[in-house]
Design a protein around this ligand. Sequence first.
Ligand code: AMP
Length: 566
Amino acid sequence: MPHHTSLIAMLVFGFVLAFALGALANRLRLSPLVGYLLAGVLAGPFTPGFVGDQAIAPQLAEIGVILLMFGVGLHFSLRDLMSVKNIAIPGAIAQIAVATLLGWGLATLMGWPPVQGIVFGFSLATASTVVLLRAMEERRLLDTRRGKIAVGWLIVEDLACVVALVLIPALAGALGGAGTGADGATATAAPGAAGVLKALAVTFGKVAAFVAFMLIVGRRAIPWVLERVAGTGSRELFTLAVLAIAMGVAFGSAELFGVSFALGAFFAGMLLNESEFSHQAAQDSLPMRDAFAVLFFVSVGMLFDPGVLVQHPWQVLATTLIIVVGKSAAAYAIVRAFGHPNATALTISTSLAQIGEFAFIIAGLGLALGILPKDGHSLVLAGALISIMLNPILFMVLDRWQAREDARIAANAEPEPDVVPMDIGNHAIVVGYGRVGSQLAHLLKERGVPIVVIEDDADLVEQARAAGLPAVRGNAANRRVMLEAAPERAKLAVFAIPQALEAGETIERLKALNPAITVLARAHSETQVRHLLQHGADAAVLAERELAYSLAEMVMATPPYRPARA
Ligand code: AMP
């Protein structure tokens, strides 16, 4: 292949193969990551056929890492982390320690030196955000307590990786790895403890300078630039500004302060995160990020030698067991030790029983610096592939168990005592206590209407009860939940939830329980209004139209439009 086309070939084969295999993996109900990695294996030098350019692939991968880390920073929420810090911080640290120790133990059995063992073990420690978020989203667990704990846990692991990415090159140089940096400069003779301390001090000095610079200059400049650009109204310029900030800060921080691309990008994301444009910025950078993240996974796959599966089957098995069993057991024990229920502990340990992008980043760095053998890299990859493939199966087993548990609990449980007064009648049932439902319930309560709230989210139920409203916890679609709100004696029900399709069926069921009840519903499109009316709602309010009316009223209340008083 002529050299000047190798970038194009790499991009084309990367995207086409990744798409085909990603779609296939999705079809087989596997994570598409598996498909992307296999696409890389096909494009790699260990399999026949197309072989991607070994120099270009890692550079494309680096852009993927920058954008991934930018995204991590953009979504990093100190508040989320703080709300679960008591368990997430010790939990993640203990789990990382256990995984690192197990990995190091295995490495020692294979006769690798300690430094290689630690890098290998650490590679196995951090779960993949991509895999975890998908699994949680599919099960609508993200807003639950256990979902929040798992995400907080992952944030701590991400932060540990960010720190490791800074420390590993410094330590590698000091401990006598093959090189001191991505530039491949060779380290001088291993200088011992003093050298390690010096290297660490220099690194921390650079990082501190970078952080100070970002907090003093970046924190003002970045939101300022974005605000100006957003003011121009050009969508294209805004997207470009977001990309320029992500890439510019990553590259600049590496050139000027010698810190990794990853740290720079993470910080750029974090600073943007504070600004009100963060949501838009996240949306805009998403397609680019997805595209380059795919190339990142492909290029990781290219480094994988499938031969490892045949040559070292036992090592592959042991690595997989560390990821799937060792780490999970540690997480399970920690969550239980903190007094959380069995179901919470099982969900958290299952969601963390895999490794992904961070493992690849750490292992890749270790390989480049000569502190992880080629076999170690392949083992990490094999372990990642297998654990990501196993993850949906583990979740399926967990779901089955959970369903049995739920049935058992439902069969034995007493109804929640005294939530809804026995003598309530002619009341209004408000379904959903979110932005709309909570306001509505208060307005009605002030006007003396008796209310019963039905809400799915435990925290919001607490809030409703604290405000003196009887509230039933659970999904209104569930018959038992609905019955607790005494619908047969209610005058009216308001569906203040955004899911009109879900509401339709529930309305039908409610009307069957009490044909005389008046049902009002919230809608967000004409189609939804029609759907709700068809399923028995007496009226549906199109939220966006009401908003327009309110805004129009406000305009008309402003002089000179305000009609002069007679
Ligand atoms: P918002 O869009 O902010 O008004 O929030 C809607 C609220 O409705 C959220 O708090 C949801 O937890 C809640 N919700 C959505 N569907 C249901 C349902 N089927 N049963 C009970 N609560 C629901």
